[in-house]
Ligand binder design. Structure first.
Ligand code: C2E
Ligand code: MG
Ligand code: MG
Length: 617
């Protein structure tokens, strides 16, 4: 019992002490319940005649005991979930009125009508409750002193409660900030989904449990197809909206125990506890179905249709931890992209090996490019009627110390995937123009040169400007140069490649459609785009003598070329029989082993000289 002769200044020193202790606990980041527990115990130590309690009040106006170390548990427990109101005991009424409520005699006070028996049976006879208000949130808690006899609060109690009310406000405010920081640290700001950090946390728990129970776990990596187009063409605000809609759709087809996280950009991860690899494939199917219906764009009647490419992998087969699973799911997702997008793929170890090989080739190719280990070979292009040389096609050759000769079909796709293709094709174009100028200077009659350019370079580089500069530097005529592009580029609707093709055409540079006939059925671009030449793919030429379908197709291609005034060059002509058929069909030009293999620059000069000799001798 507090001694009667305690002076006011002693009391104030006690309150100061209590404040310091509680503030220190807040500053140390102790959990809110622990801080409130400390506060209650400190108050009760200074005033053993009171019993202290803190209840939180939720957004729905229900109370939840937070700290009440000396209240009987059966009394506290009974308060859980009670609705605040105009006649809801001291605390419930204080929260309702947003004002302190002092009940000096529970036995007679009408505010306690509904709780009277409960309180009295626990020996509680008076209760003074103060609401804790927090800007923006209203009442978040009540701080109450109970007495075991009917009475009013002593002046010392009042000073303490004043201090405690402030302490509660500080502690609740701190807790609110803490939770906000956690939200920012663990959740994605755009979609509100767990972020990578929270995913890592959940995955750790799930995988630990899976290791104990041997339950399967699966992981999906989902990448929205062509999301960049949405962002680029409609803006980031619309892009964010679309991501929100997508996350809602995805969530709607998952279970509560699954974790859907956003890794950033357009990548989502789904962690599926208790799910086998096979079931994961079904989930992937459900997710794709969920995206099928077009998504609304807020503030507009327009809708966008989005699809996803999904990589699937399973624990523990495809990885022991999240990092490994993510890496392998990424490889599988990438496979899904390669397969044409809008589909799901399992991770297979073979994929990993293929990736390793691609990475090795990429590194070796980078090294070869910067150390001048690449060469160009040139294949004659001849007029079929008299076998006169009409040009040469430059073809890239790579001899690697470990791998020997690596065919372009193996390293060009790797260069395209890694982005190295731009530097590679720029190097080729530069070398080719220099080579043609050298031949010209040496009096070697090479009429023109054809250079393969990957579609990617037209997106990322200014091929037209580069070409213009090279022609000027080597004093070559634009008509000396033909750029070979694939149908893939022709069907690309984006403006950048289009404008460059147009500029090249206006300069007088030839544009040839390589591997014609293998790609797409649409031919309408031939009329719209500045094409000067079609190269009939060698796969049609190969079986010309045996296959009636290939004959029909080749004949059609040649017919299209003629009717549009384009030169048609047959590729891969190896036999006289093929040549005869092509001549009969009206094909103008050809390349192939029958006339000349791709050869180094010096060998080509010899080949040209030998032919000149043969025709004069
Ligand atoms: P492409 O442009 O269609 O080149 C024709 C391919 O047919 C060349 O293969 C050539 O060696 C081959 N060939 C020529 N005559 C015959 C023949 O009579 N029979 C057979 N069976 N094949 C013949 P190569 O050199 O392996 O090049 C393959 C592809 O790699 C090229 O196809 C081209 O698309 C690409 N490529 C080559 N060099 C470059 C380059 O510098 N840049 C880019 N982007 N791609 C290149
Ligand atoms: Mg070519
Ligand atoms: Mg070709």
């Amino acid at each position: 019992m507090r001694e009667q002769h305690a002076t006011r200044s002693d009391e104030q020193a006690d309150i100061d002490h209590l404040q310091r202790d509680v503030l220190e606990a807040v500053a140390l980041g102790r959990p809110l319940a622990a801080v409130m527990d400390l506060l209650c115990r400190a108050v009760e130590a200074l005033a053993p005649e009171v019993i202290c309690s803190v209840l939180t009040v939720d957004k729905d106006g229900r109370v939840h005991p937070l700290a009440a170390p000396s209240l009987p548990a059966s009394f506290s427990g009974a308060l859980e979930g009670f609705q605040i109101g105009p006649k809801a005991g001291s605390c419930g009424t204080a929260a309702w009125r947003r004002q302190p409520v002092e009940v000096t005699d529970i036995a007679s006070d009408p505010l306690w009508a509904d709780f009277r028996e409960l309180a009295l049976s626990h020996g509680l006879q008076a209760c003074w409750s103060t609401p804790i208000l927090l800007g923006g949130d209203g009442v978040v808690a009540t701080f109450a002193l109970y007495y075991r006899e009917p009475r009013a609060a002593a002046p010392f109690h009042r000073r303490m409660v004043q201090a405690c009310t402030q302490l509660c406000q500080i502690a609740f405010m701190h807790d609110r900030h803490q939770r906000e920081i956690e939200r920012l640290a663990y959740f994605d700001g755009v979609t509100g989904l767990p972020n990578r950090t929270l995913l890592a946390d959940r995955a750790r728990q799930t995988l630990m449990q899976a290791a104990r129970t041997e339950a399967p776990t699966a992981l999906l990596l989902l990448d929205i197809d062509r999301f960049k187009t949405v962002n680029d063409s409609l803006g980031h605000a619309v892009g964010d909206q679309v991501l929100k809609h997508i996350s809602a759709r995805l969530l709607g087809s998952l279970r509560d125990s699954d974790t859907l996280a956003r890794l950033g950009g357009d990548e989502f991860v789904v962690l599926l506890p208790g799910c086998s690899a096979e079931d994961a494939m079904l989930v992937a199917g459900k997710l794709r179905t969920a995206l099928e219906a077009p998504l609304p764009l807020d503030g507009s009647h327009a809708r966008v249709q989005m699809t996803a490419s999904i990589g699937v992998c399973a624990h523990p087969r495809d990885g022991a931890d999240l990092d490994q699973l993510l890496k392998n799911a990424d490889i599988a997702m990438y496979e899904a992209k390669r397969a044409g997008r809008d589909c799901a793929r399992f991770f297979l170890h073979a994929m990993n090996q293929a990736l390793d090989e691609r990475l090795e080739i990429e590194a070796a190719l980078r090294h070869a490019l910067s150390n001048q280990l690449l060469q160009l070979h040139f294949q004659p292009k001849v007029r079929l009627a008299d076998r006169a040389l009409v040009g040469v096609e430059a073809l890239l050759r790579w001899h690697d110390a470990e791998r020997g000769w690596v065919p372009p079909d193996r390293f060009i796709p790797v260069a395209e995937e890694s982005g190295l293709i731009n530097a590679l094709d720029a190097w080729v174009l530069t070398q080719d123009c220099a080579q043609l100028a050298r031949w010209r200077a040496d009096g070697i009659a090479v009429p023109g040169i054809s250079v393969n350019v990957s579609p990617q370079r037209f997106h990322q580089d200014d091929v037209a400007a580069h070409t213009r500069a090279l022609l000027a530097r080597h004093q070559l005529a634009a008509s000396d140069l033909t750029l070979e592009v694939t149908e893939r580029l022709m069907l690309d609707d984006t403006s950048r490649p289009r404008e460059q093709l147009q500029q090249l055409h206006e300069m007088g540079v030839g544009v040839s459609v390589d591997d014609f006939g293998t790609g797409y059925s649409s031919l309408s671009y031939l009329k719209r785009l500045p094409v000067t030449e079609l190269k009939l793919d060698k796969s049609f030429v190969r079986d010309l003598e045996q296959d009636a379908d290939d004959r029909a197709l080749s004949s059609a291609v040649i017919g299209i070329g003629r009717s549009l005034g384009l030169a048609v060059v047959a590729e891969g002509v190896e036999t006289e029989g093929q040549r005869d058929i092509l001549v009969a069909m009206g094909c103008d030009e050809a390349q192939g082993w029958l006339f000349g293999r791709p050869m180094a620059a010096g060998a080509l000069a010899g080949w040209i000289a030998a032919r000149a000799e043969a025709s004069t001798g």
